[in-house]
Design a protein around this ligand. Structure first.
Ligand code: ADP
Ligand code: MG
Length: 272
């Protein structure tokens, strides 16, 4: 078993919440999992560990970038269900490059002979690939996974991510495994019509639907995965993650997407 995912989506859409709960679901199905947070916010792994761990860049800066002075325990922590966690950290604001940070992180893991030891690696990546740097995890991933909801902005970002995956797939093995619909509001009918229209137009599908739910919001604040939370709707929140982990571990359908032009996208989803 070997699966490397790169999770993308517009800012605040729920990438870290989704990544952490997916990582937990993989681990509960017996996989040895590493989650790599690639956002300067470095809160990707918070639901798994309950702490804001030091980033690779913080640790490397402390030892003046002498990798030989780094202990693996300085950067890899252990979280819920045995998931290993790492935060790459971000480049200094206004300078530096996210791709460099991701490259250094993979180099460090290889140095410790760790990179190939995991069954599943989840890269939780910043924003909507606004620069080449933050598309770097696509160089390592088997699959990109896009988080979006049923609104124009997140679908616009999803389309740009499809473009990045298509371009990367020319030189790398990466394909798109699908779109995860987050914040599906069942109190307002649970509509995902725009997202479904978009998915079929670019040649992919929705691989899971996660409800908009207070239990999810609270789990994030509590530094816990959904598996550790209690509440009457727990199954509604947890089951999509268990099902998606199972799907992704068992050779998901994958595509090189056919993204829309920036103007074309208004025609496809603007008429609803
Ligand atoms: P990202 O990593 O994409 O920036 P986060 O995972 O940090 O986004 O989520 C942003 C905020 O949205 C968090 O406060 C989280 O609690 C909330 N959130 C994400 N998904 C849901 C959901 N399905 N239901 C309720 N709140 C959610
Ligand atoms: Mg995040």
């Amino acid at each position: 078993m070997s699966l490397t995912l790169a999770v993308y989506g517009k800012g605040g859409i729920g990438k870290s919440t989704t990544s952490a709960n997916l990582s937990a679901a993989f681990a509960l199905q017996g996989a040895k999992v590493l989650q790599i947070g690639c956002d300067p916010k470095h809160d990707s792994t918070f639901p798994l560990t309950g702490t804001l761990q030091n980033t690779v860049i913080d640790v490397l800066t402390e030892v003046d970038f002498h990798i030989e002075d780094v202990e693996i325990d300085d950067v890899v922590k252990h979280g819920y269900a045995g998931v290993d966690t790492l935060e790459s950290g971000g480049p200094p604001a206004g300078s530096g490059c996210g791709g460099y940070v991701v490259g250094e992180t993979v180099k460090l893991l290889n140095e410790f002979g760790l990179y190939n030891k995991y069954d599943v690696i989840v890269f939780d990546v910043l924003g909507d690939v606004v620069c080449g740097g933050f598309s770097a995890p696509l160089n390592y991933a088997d699959f990109g996974v896009i988080i979006a909801c049923n609104d124009f902005d997140s679908i616009f970002a999803a389309n740009r991510l499809c473009l990045a995956i298509k371009q990367k797939s020319v030189r790398y093995k990466v394909k798109l495994a699908g779109i995860i619909a987050n914040r599906v509001d069942y109190e307002f009918g649970g509509g995902t019509n725009l997202l479904e229209e978009f998915a079929s137009t670019v040649g992919t599908e929705i691989i899971g639907k996660v409800p908009y739910h207070d239990l999810i919001r609270r789990s994030r604040l509590a530094g816990k995965t959904l598996f550790e939370m209690e509440g009457p709707d727990k199954a509604l929140c947890v089951d999509p993650f268990t099902e998606m982990a199972d799907y992704l571990l068992n050779q998901p359908r994958s595509e090189v997407p056919s993204p829309l032009g920036d103007r074309e996208i208004f025609n496809v989803i603007g008429g609803w």
